[in-house]
Design a protein around this ligand. Structure first.
Ligand SMILES: [Zn+2]
Length: 73
């Protein structure tokens, strides 16, 4: 009574509620388990884009790259 992988639907973890979600064409809300979970995540994503973090800029890497290119020049 082992389920065949080729037939069994792929299950993923819903990013919103952490529950099981069917990752298949039949689930239009994938990777979410439901429309509710999808809407919640979209709302969180939209509100997060309003406060853009002005930190962790790769300034050090840019300087390092600049030094390297001038050295090889
Ligand atoms: Zn969910």
């Amino acid at each position: 009574m082992k389920p065949t992988n080729a037939i069994a639907p792929k299950l993923v973890v819903c990013p919103t509620c952490g529950g099981e979600s069917v990752y298949a064409a039949s689930n239009v809300f994938r990777p979410f388990c439901s429309e509710r979970c999808k809407n919640i995540d979209m709302g969180a994503w939209a509100s997060e884009s309003f406060r853009v973090p002005a930190k962790n800029l790769p300034e050090d890497q840019s300087t390092d790259d600049d030094l390297r290119s001038s050295a090889s020049h």
